[in-house]
Design a protein. Sequence first.
Length: 466
Amino acid sequence: MDGQNKIIIGAYWGDEGKGKIVDLLASEADWVVRFNGGDNAGHTIVANGKEVVLHVLPSGVVQGRNAAIGPDVFFNPKSFFADYESVIKAGFKISGRILIDERAHVIMPYHTAMDAGGGATEQLGTTKRGIGPVAKDKASRTEDITVSDLVGTGFKEKLNAVVAAKANELIGNRITTAAELNKYANEIYMQYVRYANELKKYVGSCAYELNEALASGKSLLLEGAQATLLDIVHGTRPFVTSSNCTAGGAAANLGIDIRKFRIIAVAKAYPTRVGEGSFPTELGNYEDAKKERKGETLTAAEKKKAIDGDLPLLGKWIRQDGREFGATTGRPRRTGFPDFVALRYSGMINGADEWAITKIDVLSGKPFKAAVAYEKDGKKTTRFPFKLEGWKPVYGRKEYFWPPMDENEKMAAVQKGYDALPQGMKEYVKDLAISTGAPVSMVSIGPEREMTVVKDALKRTAEYLK
Ligand code: GDP
Ligand code: IMO
Ligand code: MG
C-alpha cells in the first residue's frame, strides 16, 4: 500500500476475490476492518502455498495486521474462533490486535435455526447463517443481543428476556417447545457465556479506535463482504443480503470520514451468483449448475463446442476453471458473461476510484462478449433496472479472446507489468475502463497473493480515459 486508506468492495454478487485483494494490500495497512455482513461471507487467501478461508476475521490477519470487526457486522462467535484456528493451523501468526465492536449484533443459535428451517426466505437461497433473522432482531431494538450485552454482567437476564419475548416465534418455528423454553435458554447461555469470557478482551469501540488511528496517520483498509448487487438498499432486492455492502455503507457504519479513503471496486472478470435472483448475462441455468460437481472436466470436444457458441457449456467451463463453488456453502456458482451495465452501476453507487479485476486468467482461451445495455419489450436501457426480471442483455459487437498464458508468461507479466499482458486481455480491460469511466489498478491472474499485475496498470488504463 502507500499509506493511503482504502475501501475494498465487491462490484457484482459476491465472491469477486475481495479476500485476495485485501490480503495483498494488507501488507502496508495498520488496520484491516470488516464493516458488514457476517459469516455468510467466505474470503479466500492463498499465500505461502497455503489456502485460508475466512468468514468473520478480516483477511489482513494473515499478514499480521490489526484486525477490527465493525458495529454493523453480524457476529457469530463460533465462526470467529473457527477462523482464528484455521489461520493458526495454516501456519500464519495472528500478531496484531483484534477489536470487536461492542455495538455489533450477535448471531444466536435460533437465528441460524430459523434461516435453515425453510420459511419465507427459503426462496432467496440464503447461506443459512442466520443473517436475515439477526438483522430483523437488530431492527426490532427489543429482541436483539449486542456484543456489549454478551460480555456484560447482565447477559443471562438479557438472554432470558429475549427468549421469552421470542417464545411464540421459537415454538412456532419448532426450534423449541413451551415446556423446554427455559432449558433451551439455559443451554444457549452455557455455550455463549464461555464465548463471552474468551471474547471480553477484544471488545471495544471501532469508531473511537479507528478515528484515533486515522488522526495519528495510521492507514486503514476496509474489507467489504458480499457486494453491491447484494446490498440491502441498492442490490437486486429481494435477492440480497441484510446489510450495506457499499463504500458509503462502510463509512456510515464504521463512523469514519469517507473523504479520507480511496475506493477500490473488485470486479471479477465475469460475474457469478450463488442463490436465487435474476442474472441477465447468465450462461446456462441454475438448475443444471446445481447438478455439477467441483472438479468435473470438459472433454476436448465439449471445449470446442463451447468455443463454437454452446453457451451453457461455456458457463460450465468457466465454473470449473474458476472453481466457482461457494467458499461458505460449497454451492455451485452461476456464471455469466461480463456485464458493463452492472459494473457501471456499481462504480456509480460506490464512487469507485479504480477497479481491481480478478480471475481474468479464467477467461483465457474462451471467446466472450460483454453486455453494454439491456432490452425488454422493444425498450433499451443502459441503466441497471431495479426489477431485473425479463431484461435481456445487449452485447457489444466485439468478441474478446486471448490464448492461455503459461506460468512463465504470468511471471513475466507480474514483473514487467501491464504492457506484458496479452493484447486481447488489454482490449477487454480497456473497454471495461471506458464503459465505467474508471481506471484499473490491479489485474489478478491467479489466486496466489503474488499473481497480481500492478505495475503500470493504473497509468496505462488512465490513458484510455483521456
Ligand atoms: P471473496 O468472497 O470476494 O473474497 O471471494 P472468494 O474467496 O469467495 O472467491 C474467490 C475465489 O477465486 C477464491 O477461491 C480465490 O482463491 C480465487 N481467486 C482470487 N483471485 C483469483 C484470480 O485472479 N485467478 C484465479 N484463478 N482465482 C482467483
Ligand atoms: P462474500 O463476502 C456470495 C448471497 C446468498 C443469497 C443472498 C442472501 O464471500 O462475497 P444471506 O445468507 O446473506 O441472507 O443470503 O446473498 N450471499 C453471498 N453470495 N458471496 C457472499 O459473500 C455472500 N453472502 C451472501 O447466496 O443469495
Ligand atoms: Mg466469497
